[in-house]
Design a protein around this ligand. Structure first.
Ligand code: HEC
Ligand code: HEC
Ligand code: HEC
Ligand code: HEC
Ligand code: HEC
Length: 194
């Protein structure tokens, strides 16, 4: 009985996916122009409300990824740190008023934005860089605990003053890595699609 339900469910899922696939072929850009929108945005690097630099925090000050993205090993998705995490340091690290911002040093205007938001109980509306379509299941924990490094998928974040999408996040990208014998990762459609 249970088996039957499961088969029906996955058959339905496949049908939906197939229809989706066919319809997306119909609407493909005839001159093969690069697709923008969800996923595929390799090189995407939007401006952020505060000029937060991974190069400065991770490269220069050697702060571990998990100090800020502390859910990455425990949950399906990673997380952007809350202001409270920033304020662990920026209660002290602030620069003096009137002090001029020099490359990589005490950009007081940016830190002031941070403190004002914190004092007003607001949060920062970070602009999302990576985004998979809703029909795809991705799981950070599964990858990080198998020893796939952040840089394999995100590139050298520690050298980025501004986060840039490094991989294209296409299905081919996922599947090519899953296919490597040493990874023993599943190629079943339902691993990544439900
Ligand atoms: C001091 C805190 C801090 C540390 C340390 C840090 N990050 Fe971040 N990270 C952030 C913040 C804040 C954002 C959101 C703003 C932005 O995109 O720059 C972010 C964004 C990101 C994004 C883009 C998220 C999206 O919107 O798609 C990735 C990927 C990322 N970090 C990876 C890493 C990796 C890998 C490391 C370690 C090499 C790391 N981060 C270390 C604070 C941190
Ligand atoms: C573990 C300590 C630590 C944490 C946590 C931390 N920072 Fe920083 N941050 C620093 C240090 C150190 C500097 C460099 C200050 C200097 O050069 O004197 C800095 C500098 C900055 C600057 C100035 C950049 C520039 O170009 O001058 C900004 C903006 C900033 N941080 C934002 C953030 C945000 C947003 C968060 C939270 C997501 C955060 N920081 C978390 C330690 C930290
Ligand atoms: C196997 C590839 C892979 C690895 C390894 C990986 N990521 Fe990601 N990361 C992704 C993908 C794909 C997304 C987009 C997820 C989505 O849109 O649902 C993402 C999104 C993010 C985001 C944005 C928030 C979110 O969860 O969507 C952050 C922050 C992030 N990753 C940080 C990290 C850090 C830190 C590490 C290392 C500890 C890491 N990632 C390792 C592929 C990876
Ligand atoms: C650099 C290699 C690599 C890339 C790129 C990659 N994966 Fe994986 N993936 C793995 C490995 C290794 C495992 C763990 C296999 C195992 O269970 O031992 C895994 C496991 C998974 C799992 C199983 C999670 C679980 O709970 O068992 C899912 C789902 C998944 N990947 C989705 C994706 C998606 C979606 C993408 C692309 C957006 C992607 N992966 C890109 C290497 C990769
Ligand atoms: C390792 C993860 C993974 C596996 C396994 C996987 N997919 Fe995907 N699939 C993705 C990702 C990521 C996307 C979104 C990016 C893209 O469209 O390339 C996607 C997109 C799709 C799309 C939408 C394409 C479009 O143009 O919008 C279809 C249809 C699809 N997959 C069908 C399948 C089928 C059928 C299987 C099994 C033979 C399968 N997928 C196995 C990760 C996976």
């Amino acid at each position: 009985m249970l088996m039957k339900i499961r088969t029906t469910v996955s058959a339905t899922a496949m049908l939906v996916l197939t229809v989706f696939f066919l319809s997306s072929c119909l609407f493909q850009n005839p001159d093969g122009g690069e697709r923008t929108g969800i996923g595929y945005n390799k090189g995407y690097a939007p401006d952020q409300p505060i000029a937060f630099s991974h190069e400065l925090h991770v490269g220069t000050h050697k702060i571990q990824c998990q100090y800020c993205h502390n859910q990455v090993e425990r949950s399906k998705s990673s997380n952007i740190p809350s202001l409270a995490t920033c304020m662990n340091c920026h209660q002290q690290v602030a620069g003096k008023p009137g002090e001029e911002a020099v490359a990589g040093h005490k950009n007081t205007d940016e830190i002031k934005k941070l403190r004002d938001a914190y004092n007003d109980g607001k949060s920062i509306e970070w602009v999302r860089v990576h985004m998979l379509p809703d029909h795809v299941q991705f799981n950070h924990q599964a990858h990080v605990t198998k020893g796939v490094s952040c840089q394999t998928c995100h590139g050298e974040i520690e050298k980025m003053p501004k986060v840039t999408q490094y991989s294209d996040l296409s299905m081919g990208w996922c599947v090519n890595c899953h296919r490597q014998p040493e990874n023993k990762a599943s190629l079943n459609c339902t691993t990544c699609h439900q």
